[in-house]
Design a protein around this ligand. Sequence first.
Ligand code: AOF
Ligand code: ZN
Length: 342
Amino acid sequence: MTRCIDLAKNGLGQTYPNPMVGCVVVYEDKIIAEGWHHRAGQAHAEVNAIEQIKDEDLIKNATLYVSLEPCSHFGKTPPCADLIVDKGFKKIVIGSIDPFAKVKGKGIQKLMANDCEVVLGVLEDECLDLNKRFMTFHNHKRPYIILKWAESQDGFLSPFEFGKDQHQNPVWLTNTYSKQLVHQWRSEEQAILVGTHTVLMDNPALTTRLWKGKHPLRVVIDKDLKIPNSAKIFSDEAQTLVFTAHQKSKFKTTEFCQIDFDQPVLPQLLNELYSRDIQSLIVEGGQATLQAFIDANLWDEARVFKSPKQLKVGTHSPHFKAQLFQKEQIVEDELKLFKPIK
Ligand code: AOF
Ligand code: ZN
């Protein structure tokens, strides 16, 4: 199964909206065939592996390992469960169930109804983690949500300091390397979200210009359409979606989605992203926006840059440490860490 997971990762970034899947066929403790899902619309992992088998007589005594339940439906390709049965496999080892409504256990049922021995849940956590975006999207009907922020050692977020001219200047907590890492992270997700305040204060482009990769859909909450047309998030290089209380028609690469601000905003926003097949979202601030996701318990992972910079004492150091947290590693109280901006 470890080999299946490694093979599946060859499809990283290519399989959306499909999951990454790997498959190996073992005969007398030796791998005789292996394959993975390369790209949506193309053959599934099992088909690619089975094609590699040179002597099909071995199949009846072989075991097929696959990181995701074999599919049972006709999508862009025919059902893998049928192929496995037709080829004469008798033992199938599966990593995780496919949460896609058209499959969801039906592949396993089909195998068992045809007298196959099925072992389920081998390295299940690793297989689920491999496709965490796909799993969350189908199981929770919303994108997988990553929160990202940078904080000073004394727990300040997006702080400002007063310059000589009494202007507020942003204090950079992170360095060039961390900026590039963030651009890589953006390229790995399908959408990126910030609040109005962040756009007005920082004028971010929210693109992946420091990293080779696609730009995510830029999502911004702007209730009263305060963001000027000249803002970088409206540049032509990427698509933008604005959630607002007002009706407004499409403007170049920007669409406007009217929602009811008297109702909870995040469920409406996530429903819209779900209906657009967005499987993952990275939330980059600001403080109120991040806190809203935390308070609504709508997040899956937090990526925190912790700077050794003590803002009050004013030690300046370019170093930082990126820490990745899975949700279950953090207790809710620890997340109420944002100190007021001085
Ligand atoms: C498998 N093996 O390698 C993959 C599976 O449109 P299709 O035919 O490509 O079907 C897409 C669905 O099939 C996808 O949503 C997921 O449920 C499953 N993906 N299944 O047996 C694979 N990639
Ligand atoms: Zn399949």
